[in-house]
Design a binder for this molecule. Sequence first.
Ligand code: HEC
Ligand code: HEC
Ligand code: HEC
Ligand code: HEC
Ligand code: HEC
Length: 230
Amino acid sequence: MLFPKWVNTVPTVLAMGGGGATLMTVALVWYYFTPKFWVMGYMPEQPGAGFSHQIHAGKLGMDCRYCHTHIEESPEANIPHVSVCYGCHAEGRLNPRSYNADRIEFVRTAYQNDEPIAWRRVHKLPDYVRNFPHHVHLQAGVSCYSCHGQIIGMPVVFQAESLSMGWCLECHRAPEDHLVPPDKVTELTWVESELSERRSMSRRERRVHTSDLIAALREAPPENCGACHH
Ligand code: HEC
Ligand code: HEC
Ligand code: HEC
Ligand code: HEC
Ligand code: HEC
């Protein structure tokens, strides 16, 4: 079981002593133990040697869309078929000295047996959230970075954001904190420095800075219940 960072602060709260502190602890535990806080940092173990975004998207500089091919046209993101991996990792294709060849054995086995690799899902909204269209967000200029964190630095993908309703609405109310030109959404290093610069601007400056992108939205990001729940 993986404990999120806040667990470290629990002993401090306990050490404060007194009735107030006990009540606070109860409140904290009750609040934080609700599922949405448990999933922050969620990082399931992946099959075989796993898949490193740090190597492929970071070091080798592969674009997200090389593998997540339908992301700009489809409400759902896709995970690549093993044949995409095999395109590079076929027997004898890559110089095995550049990495330990044993580590890609699971890729070759899956391909040869014509079986999918059983990747474990990291990000998952509850079923009662009926509508989360990936493509609409990308076309509007919301980067993978805003919702999945700095993926190109991750040897193993983990959930960087809470994915709670409050999190969705926070951005829907202030898209100027996140919008970038749509052709930059997969350039995660560029986006990271752009959004960090933006944090030193006032809200008014951020709105001026992104006015073209806000004007290009098909409509204001929705806050009505039906938009996400039907
Ligand atoms: C060479 C193929 C490849 C490239 C390039 C790639 N990915 Fe992936 N991605 C995968 C595979 C395979 C998985 C499933 C295994 C895993 O979760 O690590 C995955 C999983 C993910 C997940 C987690 C999905 C879940 O289960 O919730 C996210 C988020 C993601 N990728 C984002 C990105 C982003 C952003 C980029 C570009 C910076 C990118 N990927 C580039 C192959 C790729
Ligand atoms: C465009 C070519 C390309 C594709 C497509 C590709 N890889 Fe790789 N992969 C490489 C290269 C090159 C290395 C060696 C990198 C190095 O030595 O730093 C590597 C290294 C690896 C390693 C060994 C490093 C480690 O983490 O232990 C694994 C495992 C791996 N890839 C799995 C996959 C999987 C799974 C997929 C499909 C989702 C995939 N690769 C798709 C080029 C590719
Ligand atoms: C506005 C937020 C947002 C943006 C932008 C975003 N994602 Fe996601 N992504 C999510 C959420 C939320 C989920 C879980 C969806 C669900 O459970 O229906 C998800 C799921 C995924 C999955 C898992 C799909 C599966 O079926 O296993 C992948 C892969 C993924 N995203 C890749 C990407 C990539 C690559 C980008 C950028 C090109 C990106 N996402 C941009 C929020 C976002
Ligand atoms: C980082 C910013 C950001 C986050 C986080 C985000 N959204 Fe959005 N969302 C937008 C923007 C911007 C639009 C407006 C797109 C347009 O109209 O062009 C939008 C539009 C939508 C729409 C309307 C789609 C349509 O067809 O008009 C839905 C539904 C939606 N978001 C659901 C969600 C849900 C559910 C979550 C949380 C799981 C979420 N969004 C998180 C920025 C965000
Ligand atoms: C932008 C998308 C979005 C909008 C708009 C939205 N929700 Fe949600 N809602 C979510 C997401 C995502 C979750 C799941 C995450 C969570 O439990 O926090 C959720 C969860 C919920 C839950 C379950 C909460 C729980 O803790 O079990 C209820 C009830 C709910 N929403 C009601 C509403 C109502 C009522 C409205 C209108 C006032 C609304 N939602 C508007 C995205 C949205």
